[in-house]
Write a protein that binds this ligand. Sequence first.
Ligand code: AMP
Length: 139
Amino acid sequence: MGTIFSQIVDGDIPARIVYEDETTVAFLDANPLAPGHTLVIPKEEYEQLNDVPDDVASDLYAVIHELVPIVEDSVDADASTVAFNNGEAAGQEVPHVHCHIVPRFEGDGGGPIHAVAGDRPDLSDGELDEIAETIESRA
Ligand code: AMP
């Protein structure tokens, strides 16, 4: 049996599907952080972002790009937080890549994405240079 999201894709468990095409589906989160909280997933099961093939990733991003303003407008949101929990250590519970579109409202009491990580590291210029060089050399 696949992930709970694959079961939604297969129609085996119900969901409030708001968008569907050949490769991608979007549905309302069952435990929403805000009205309109929507999840966008590739229909095929990939655990993390780095597992998603290029063409599927392009399709996924195109749908996110299209849906964000629609979701915001549909619930009269002022903004949205759009994010992936990418891996268990980052809080991912369902091992099937999914993008959260969380509508945000002035004064909703939530925080920015900067609030999701733990204690900020105190990195020297040398350490920052080294990290940047490592990433750049692999990109
Ligand atoms: P994550 O922690 O990023 O893996 O988030 C998983 C999300 O899936 C949570 O926000 C859950 O509320 C949501 N979720 C779990 N099961 C369902 C379901 N059957 N239908 C819709 N959303 C679900």
